[in-house]
Design a protein around this ligand. Sequence first.
Ligand SMILES: Cc1cc2nc3c(=O)[nH]c(=O)nc-3n(C[C@H](O)[C@H](O)[C@H](O)COP(=O)(O)OP(=O)(O)OC[C@H]3O[C@@H](n4cnc5c(N)ncnc54)[C@H](O)[C@@H]3O)c2cc1C
Length: 467
Amino acid sequence: MSSVVERLRGALGEDVVSTDPAVLADRRRDYWVLSQLDDLQGRGAPQPACVVRPKTLADVVAVVNACRETKTPLVPFGLGSGVCGGVLVDAGAVVLDLSSMSAVRSVAPTNLLASFDAGVRGSDAEAFLAKQGLTLGHYPQSIGVSTVGGWIATRAAGQFSTGYGNVEDIVFSLEAVLPNGDVIETRGTPRASAGPDLRHVLLGSEGTLGVVTGVTFSIRRAPEHRVSAAFHFPTLEAGFDVQREILQRGWSPVVLRQYDSVEAQRMFSSFARGEDSLLLAVHEGPAAKVEAETRAVRDIAVAGGAVPGDAHATDHWLAERNHLPSFRQFLENGVMVDTIEIAATWDRIGGIYRAAVASLKSVPGILTASAHSSHVYRSGLNLYFTFAVHPEAAAGMRDSYLDCWRLVLKATVDGGGGIAHHHGIGRIRREWLASEIGDVGVSALRAVKRALDPVGFMNPGALIPDG
Ligand SMILES: Cc1cc2nc3c(=O)[nH]c(=O)nc-3n(C[C@H](O)[C@H](O)[C@H](O)COP(=O)(O)OP(=O)(O)OC[C@H]3O[C@@H](n4cnc5c(N)ncnc54)[C@H](O)[C@@H]3O)c2cc1C
C-alpha cells in the first residue's frame, strides 16, 4: 500500500479511504466517450491509489495537505458526468469523491439564497427547493448525474439559461480548499466592487486550482405560469435572425432551442415540417409577463418568416429533456458518437455552422453531422454539433473521433467563434485553449496555477496545456 494511502487512513479512518477495486474502477474517469472507447479497447486509465470519500471540510483539508506534501496527484470527482476528460487518473493518484459531502446547508427564502455541500446531486438540490416553492433555475440535462460543485468546476449551463443565466450568474458565494490547504470563503453580498471576483478563479477551474466544498446559489421562486410554443423556418439563418430579434428587443424566453432540419426530423419526427428548421420556445414567469412575451415572440417569429408549429413539440422536449444517452452500444458497434458545443456572435454563427457541418461530412465513415442552438444571448448564441462516425475498422475509431473534433474546432476558430460553450476543456480541448484565450492568456493561467499550486498536484493533465 502506498505511503499516502496509509497516511490518509491514519488521519481519516479506514471507512473514508477506499482501495476496493470496484470503487477504484468506477472513479478512474468521467463520461468522456474517448475514455469509454479506451476502456472497451483495453487502453483504459489505470486504477488510482485510493478513493477518498470525505465527510467534513477538515477531511478535505487533510487530503489536500497529504497529497501536496507527498506530491501525489489529487483529482476532485463530483459524479463523473463530465464529457471532456476532466477526470482521467494516473496510477497512484488520489481521487477525492465529493459526492460523500451532500448536505443541504441552509435555505433563506427572504434573501432567495440556498447553500449546499459541493457534493449535492443537482436533482436533489432542486427537489429540496421545489418542496418550498423555490427553484435553482439551473437545469443541465445531466442534473440527475452531476453535483453542484461539478457545475462550478466546469462552468455549466442549464437548459433554461436564456432566461435564468448560466451557473456563473446564479452562484452567490463559494467555499473552497486551496492547494496550500487554506479555506477560502468568498463574501456573501448581492454585489461587490472590491477587486477581482475570486469566485471566477474557481469557476471553470476543473479541479486544477482548488477543491470547491460549498456553494451558495441565488435561487428563484417557482414560476407562476409556463407557456410553450414552436415555429418552423425555411432556413436555419431565418430562425437565428428571429432569435436575435427576440433577445435584442428585450424579450427573454427561458428557453429558445433551434434545430437544423436533420435534427428536427431525427428528434421530432411527428412534428417536423419538410426540410424546415424547428424553433422551440418556453415562456415562464408571472402570468401577465408570460402572456405579453408569448404574443410578442409569436409576432416577431411570423414577421421573420416562421410558420407557427405544434407546441406539443416543445412539451415533448420538456418531458424527454433529461434522458441520458448511452454510448456503449454505439461503441460496441464500431460507431463514435459525440457532441461539441461552441459559441459565436450573430454575424459569425451561420458561417461556422456551414463550415463545421461541411468538414464533418468529409470524414470517411461519417453517418450524421448536425446541430442545434440551445443558449441565446443578445450578442450571439451557442451551437451544439452532433456527429456519428463509423470507420471501416475498430482500430480507426480513435483517429476518426479526433478528426471530427479537430475539424469542428478548426471551423469554429477559423470562423471567429469560441471553442467551448459549457462542457469545459478537460483533455479534449486542452491543446486548443490558446485559440480561445491567446498565448498570453495561457501564460497568465499557468502563472495563476504556479502561484496557487507550485507543486502541480491538483488534477494534472486537465485544462491547462503543458508548458
Ligand atoms: C448526458 C449528459 C448531459 C449533460 N448535459 C449538460 C448540460 O446540459 N449542461 C452542462 O453544462 N453540462 C452538461 N453535461 C456535462 C456535465 O454534466 C457537467 O460538466 C457537470 O457540471 C459535471 O459535474 P460532475 O459533478 O459530474 O463533475 P465531474 O464530471 O465529476 O468533474 C468535472 C470536472 O470538475 C472537477 N470537479 C468536480 N467536482 C469538483 C469540486 N467539488 N471541486 C473542484 N473540482 C471539481 C473534476 O476534477 C473534473 O475536472 C452533460 C453530461 C452528460 C453525460
